[in-house]
Design a protein. Sequence first.
Length: 101
Amino acid sequence: MFWVLHKPVLLEPEKAQLVAMTIACLHNFLRRSHDSAAIYTLPGTFDYEENGSMIEGSWRAMSNENMTALFPIRKIAHKPPLKAKEIREELAAYFLSRVTK
């Protein structure tokens, strides 16, 4: 799910800490609601306790090669369409003009 964690983080320590804390907050946010938790991680993904016994989650059966995400993500093109670039440039020009005033 969080692709930045699948390889070494090449950032200054302070920025790496900020990225890690942001991911932890986003993870907790997604797990907070029953509806979003069921989409973000399928039931049985994580370890849980039942009648005083720990039940291991399905994540433990995944090999390191398969541990790319807990939920498959649709691949999308890395290059945004021209219209998206135009909108971005228009918004950037607007907000930057507001800063300089």
